[in-house]
Design a protein around this ligand. Structure first.
Ligand code: AMP
Length: 394
């Protein structure tokens, strides 16, 4: 069946370490197609569109080629119907603070941030390089996860290290998941029927990576991820906040290089490290219900850390208007949401357990709670497409 559209489109790509996710939008931001190539580089690689097909996908270039073949055979008539391709890029450093048409200089800046986001930036750039090769002449636009945080004040983004280290190496808090927090903040304002520039929000992005952001009148004032996406909340395999001395202590006592300790903190820690079972909240919830003590403590620690940040950001904002949950865990786990915000009535959150069980989008606090709590599904791809269209219109 030929379902090719006559419309002009924006393609959004999110290239991760072993996957390339894509979404095609028309210029009115209607979603035309969506899918992913997963397990790139493994013998079990596959592409998901309406169906799932096993494929040979040795690298990101092949993954993007597969995506384009699918789109051109099913959805897009001509390459010139793609107005631009938007790419999620995790770390833009101090220089890349706005969505940018990709040039050689922009690619160099993305490369300079490789060591700050080694799990993300190299793969984000691979997606861009593949598009340049496969669709010459079509604009690639990089949208940065760090860009949303430009308004965070210096007292919140500096670390208490010798100041020259900030000047010399740009060691500071950058913040991540900005595309998601921005989308969710805007959507929350819409759901509460209040202008964003009148709201103080605490948005909790709880997925495999987790972060929490305080936004005052539309501008972020603090966020939990820092110089890299390792700081802050407990995540699937990342440790989040801890005493920095532990790094050299582990290095000495376990006879590990600093590089290996970094890997341990990034990919062997968090929910996975504590439970020893899984980084997946679904598995941990099931195991905890069966009585597994380590799964139980992992969930307790995860939720307690979120609760502490909600408290500190409530203070930073002098009271929030709403606490918002998003991403895989935030959108799908009533159990986690309940543990994060029940018994916070003294700071104004009147939790509603039955709304929390049912709601897919909207309130999970009592209607007249002084501080509202909500679930808001994130849509990073839509936010990227919006920013690409704004840039190309300009
Ligand atoms: P994300 O990175 O946003 O895709 O989120 C991934 C995380 O969401 C994983 O830890 C999943 O276990 C978790 N998740 C997805 N669905 C559920 C669910 N129904 N209950 C609990 N956790 C879930």
């Amino acid at each position: 069946m030929n379902t090719k559209s006559d419309s002009k489109n924006v393609l959004v790509l999110n290239s991760g370490s072993s996957s390339v996710k894509y979404t095609l939008f028309d210029l009115s931001l209607n979603r035309i197609a969506k899918g992913s190539v997963e397990r790139i580089g493994s013998a079990e690689a596959f592409i998901v569109t309406d169906t799932r097909e096993v494929c040979n996908v040795p690298d990101h270039n092949t993954a993007v080629e597969l995506v384009l073949n699918k789109l051109f055979s099913n959805v897009i008539k001509d390459k010139n119907d793609i107005v631009a391709i938007g790419h999620r890029v995790v770390h833009g450093g101090e220089k890349l603070t706005l969505p940018s048409v990709v040039t050689e200089e922009i690619k160099d800046e993305i490369r300079k941030c490789f060591n700050l986001a080694p799990l993300h930036n190299p793969h984000n750039l691979s997606g861009i390089l593949a598009c340049e090769k496969l669709l010459p002449g079509i604009s690639n636009i990089a949208v940065f996860d760090t860009a949303f945080y430009q308004t965070i004040p210096q007292y919140a983004y500096l670390y208490a290290l010798p100041y020259y280290l900030y000047k010399k190496h740009n060691i500071r808090r950058y913040g991540f998941h900005g595309i998601s927090h921005q989308f969710v903040a805007e959507k929350t304002a819409e759901l509460l029927n209040e202008p964003l520039n009148k709201l103080k929000l605490i948005t909790c992005h709880l997925g495999n990576g987790c972060s929490i952001t305080a936004t005052k009148y539309g501008a972020p004032v603090d966020t939990s991820m820092g110089f890299t996406p390792l700081e802050g909340l407990i995540m699937g395999t990342r440790c989040g906040d801890m005493d920095p001395t532990i790094v050299s202590f582990i290095s000495t006592s376990e006879n590990m290089s600093l590089n290996d300790v970094n890997k341990l903190l990034t990919s062997q820690s968090g929910l996975y490290g504590i439970s020893g079972i899984s980084n997946d909240m679904r598995t941990l919830t099931e195991e905890s219900e069966k009585g597994n003590e380590r799964a139980k403590i992992a969930i307790e620690m995860f939720c307690y850390r979120v609760k502490k940040y909600i408290g500190s950001y409530s203070a930073a904002l002098n009271g929030a208007d709403a606490i918002v949950f998003t991403a895989g865990i935030g959108e799908n786990s009533p159990t986690v949401r309940q543990k994060c915000i029940e018994k916070l009535d003294k700071i104004g959150i009147e939790f509603d357990a039955s709304l929390n069980k049912e709601t897919r989008q909207g309130l999970i606090s009592k209607k007249d709670s002084p501080v509202k709590a909500l679930v808001v599904p994130t849509n990073e791809e839509l936010m990227i497409a919006k920013q690409v269209i704004t840039l190309t219109n300009n």
